[in-house]
Design a protein around this ligand. Structure first.
Ligand SMILES: [Zn+2]
Length: 338
């Protein structure tokens, strides 16, 4: 089979790879229907995360089951399945507590920009749809496997409540999905921070009520102005930089909550500032598995359409261009078709 391999910053190639095989009885092999490039794939691509030896890439996927190990009974060959970027047995203590992305047997997916993928913990990770979904739903279902699930987690972690005010920091795919989630959670006012016109439009389409283009101290001042001088009830931090985290913490009101779901890079939180802010802080990798049945249903019934975050579709063999377009911010998110 063929798939994407990163060799060095800026150097992603489409290469022939060994076909994945069942390694343990809880594995499955799927044929990838669609996959994509994640904002977090840009960290190594930009040289901001070590790469080491050349390795495959990708952690978002939907596909058709080809083969299952002997202990996989929840899905069978031929079924269309959605999974999560973090695999889980869905039975251990952390899974039962709803934190499947901290499963005691967790393995992170890392080989999904390929024609076939081995899914560890397939018995607890994969959810089959009723029949094969129509093509129009594929981008939305793919989004559910990561960015939509992560936006949902941001809203949950930030404790968005009906009638509340939510601020979304970050206008990438996760931030835009965070707007969808805040709306579904019932936020009355959703303030999206974005300076990029096409992304502002999509945020408004997804339910944002206000756009703030300012950043840093000016951004904080603007949020204060819009929230009666105290800050927002909930802030969804969907970037992972020090600046975004500071923006988020300073945009929440005393007693408010920040959900941080951007993988932090050189983020440090000032203990004294956090103490006196009275702001609650919770984050981490999204427990997507817990949300899958609900989010799949919301997509297939047309209630939400997170697939709109994909603004570039390429054949998988042009994966290198997919990375480049996102790196240069010509695309929010690239969908890849094997
Ligand atoms: Zn578990």
């Amino acid at each position: 089979m063929r798939g994407a391999v990163i060799h060095a910053p800026g150097d992603v190639r489409f290469e022939t790879l060994e076909d994945p095989r069942i390694l343990t009885p809880t594995d499955a092999i799927i044929r990838t229907t669609v996959t994509c490039v994640c904002g977090s794939d840009l960290w190594p691509y930009r040289g901001l995360e070590p790469i080491g030896a050349p390795h495959p890439m990708g952690h978002e996927y939907v596909g058709v089951v080809e083969e299952v190990g002997s202990e996989v009974t929840n899905v069978k060959p031929g079924q269309f399945v959605v999974g999560s970027f973090a695999t889980s047995d869905n039975t251990c203590a952390n899974c039962r507590n709803g934190y499947q992305s901290s499963c005691l047997h967790r393995e992170f997916m890392s080989t999904c920009q390929a024609e076939y993928v081995r899914i560890p913990n397939a018995h607890g990770t994969l959810v089959a749809t009723d029949g094969h979904p129509a093509d129009e739903f594929l981008p939305g279902l793919l989004a559910v496997s990561d960015v939509m699930g992560t936006g949902w987690w941001a809203a949950e972690a930030a404790e968005v409540k009906p009638g509340s005010t939510a601020v979304v920091v970050g206008d990438g795919a996760v931030g835009l999905c965070g707007v969808i989630a805040a709306k579904e959670f019932g936020a009355e006012r959703i303030i999206a921070m974005s300076r990029h016109e096409p992304r502002q439009k999509l945020a408004l389409e997804f339910g944002a009520t206000d756009i703030v283009t300012e950043r840093g101290e000016e951004g904080v001042a603007r949020i204060n102005e819009l929230t009666g001088g105290i800050g927002a009830d909930s802030v969804l931090e969907c970037v992972g930089t020090a600046q975004a985290m500071q923006q988020a913490l300073r945009s929440a009101r005393p007693g408010g909550n920040v959900g941080f779901v951007g993988v932090p890079h050189e983020v440090a939180v000032d203990g004294q500032e956090l103490f006196f802010s009275h702001v609650g802080l919770r984050g981490g990798p999204a427990p997507v598995r817990r949300y899958l049945p609900d989010l799949i249903d919301r997509v297939l019934t047309g209630r939400i359409d997170p697939g709109k975050v994909f603004d570039l579709t390429l054949p998988l063999d042009q994966v290198a261009e997919g990375y480049q377009a996102m790196d240069e911010r010509r695309a929010v998110k690239t969908l890849l078709k094997p």
